[in-house]
Design a protein around this ligand. Structure first.
Ligand SMILES: [Zn+2]
Length: 68
């Protein structure tokens, strides 16, 4: 008797980790490492990537499997 429900839904109460969404990756055009910064707008569901070397910019919809 007195069996208490100890199983709390921990997954629901998981602390919200602040994701750093800015990532750097290699420029797909010139191959410069860490030249392209990617910013993902979660509220707009848009990933913006721009290269600081060749200044190539692209704005694309957020597709599953996007590498950044
Ligand atoms: Zn580039």
């Amino acid at each position: 008797m007195g069996k208490r429900k100890l199983k709390t839904s921990k997954s629901m109460a998981a602390p919200r980790k602040l994701l750093k969404l800015d990532t750097l990756f290699t420029c797909p055009f010139r191959g410069y490492p860490d030249a392209v910064g990617c910013h993902i707008d979660l509220k707009d569901r848009i990933a913006k990537a721009s290269c600081r070397i060749c200044r190539g910019g692209s704005k694309t919809g957020l597709h599953p499997g996007l590498s950044c």
